[in-house]
Design a protein around this ligand. Structure first.
Ligand SMILES: NC(=O)C1=CN([C@@H]2O[C@H](COP(=O)(O)OP(=O)(O)OC[C@H]3O[C@@H](n4cnc5c(N)ncnc54)[C@H](O)[C@@H]3O)[C@@H](O)[C@H]2O)C=CC1
Ligand SMILES: O=C(CO)COP(=O)(O)O
Length: 331
């Protein structure tokens, strides 16, 4: 909707034929934004080849677990059509691939490698779709290693209610957006289990510390985690009624099973799968992520929120900074 309102021709592809038919007939997206009329310059189709023809920019926004499959479908269309010059590939999804622990830009680079080096940009930051669609003020980050591609994404998306900053640190931006969902689940779980504001503040702060710890190990700039895609997205997801991750956490904190919560949400709760991937990645890299581990134990071993909170609070004593730290060495 932002792109269309900025005057660009947009093609919206869905794999559900009946959803496409309904949107074409009514001009509305009843399942996601029932109260809003879609701009007229969005054409809707379930024909992928039609959606892709001549596109300058492709935006992938399927759940992480569907990303490789959908990207492979796009590759097949390009190969069939004899495309040799890839358009800019962007995505706005948040997660790590199960098993490989790849970031989404890495999945896209991998899938499209038969056609050369893909220019991938991620658009990530504190941005719930419901509010953007109503023109509420949003500021967000376009990150990638190709500056021209990032500038292009910034240019086409920016307007007076949607402000885009560029950032060359795609590792940090993707990891910030993915890992904050684990902490948002935890924040909801604390509320569900009856804990208060002090607990929430402690969780967000120590959550950001462990996100940064893994991020820096993976090659990110620590300052990215202080930005929109780091602390910004953490705050919005861990405090908003729109957040699926927060709501899922709250229900788990109230005693519902993970399976029940996931089945009833009707939309992806990325933090559940990301907690497992991030825990495995942290183990592999030898990075301490106690909150991620706690959420992992709730998901995989069925521990209760109260049990993991007690375990977190009674861990060995730590320093927030070390007495021997030299500030100049920290970054
Ligand atoms: N909803 C939001 O406000 C935001 C969502 N995101 C991220 O965007 C991604 C998608 O989120 P949502 O749109 O909210 O999730 P969603 O669960 O509503 O799914 C998005 C769309 O993907 C389609 N889809 C699912 N599996 C598919 C497959 N195998 N092939 C083709 N299409 C498939 C669904 O039918 C749906 O239309 C997630 O990674 C999420 O973290 C990021 C920022 C904000
Ligand atoms: O990433 C998001 C907002 O920036 C969306 O969060 P949820 O997936 O928790 O709804």
């Amino acid at each position: 909707m932002v792109l269309a309102e900025n005057g660009h021709d947009v093609r919206l592809w869905t794999h559900h034929q009946d959803q496409a038919d309904e949107m074409i007939a009514t001009g509305k997206n009843a399942r996601y934004l029932p109260d809003l009329q879609l701009p007229k310059n969005i054409s809707i189709t379930s024909d992928l080849a039609l959606a892709l023809e001549g596109a300058e920019l492709i935006n992938f926004v399927v759940p992480t677990k569907a990303m490789r499959q959908v990207a492979s479908q796009v590759l097949a269309v390009f190969q069939e059509a004899g495309v040799t010059n890839l358009p800019i590939l962007m995505h706005a999804s948040k997660g790590l691939e199960q098993g490989s622990h790849l970031r989404i830009s890495q999945i896209l680079e991998d899938v499209f490698s038969p056609l050369g080096e893909a220019k991938v940009v991620v658009l990530s930051g504190p941005s719930h779709a419901e509010e953007v669609a109503q023109h509420d003020i949003t500021a967000i980050t376009a990150a990638g290693t190709d500056q021209v591609a990032c500038d292009f994404v910034q240019e086409v998306f920016m307007n007076d209610y949607f402000r885009v900053y560029t950032n060359p640190d795609i590792i940090g931006v993707e990891l910030g957006g993915s890992l904050k969902n684990i902490i948002a689940l935890g924040a909801g779980a604390l509320v569900g289990a009856g804990f208060g504001d002090n607990a929430k503040a402690a969780l967000l702060t120590r959550g950001l510390a462990e996100i940064t710890r893994l991020g820096v190990t993976m090659g990110a700039n620590p300052l990215t985690f202080m930005g929109l895609s780091g602390v910004g997205d953490l705050v919005v997801t861990a405090t908003s009624v729109h957040s699926r991750n927060w709501r899922a956490g709250q229900q788990i904190g109230q005693g519902q099973s993970v399976e029940e919560v996931e089945a009833h949400m009707g939309m992806v709760v990325e933090g559940l799968a990301t907690a497992v991937s991030a825990y495995e990645l942290a183990q592999e890299k030898g990075v301490e992520m106690p909150i991620t581990q706690a959420i992992y134990l709730v998901i995989k071993e069925g521990l209760s929120i109260k049990e993991v909170v007690t375990a977190l609070m009674t861990r060995e004593r730590k320093g927030e900074l070390q007495f021997e730290d030299n500030l100049a060495d920290l970054f």
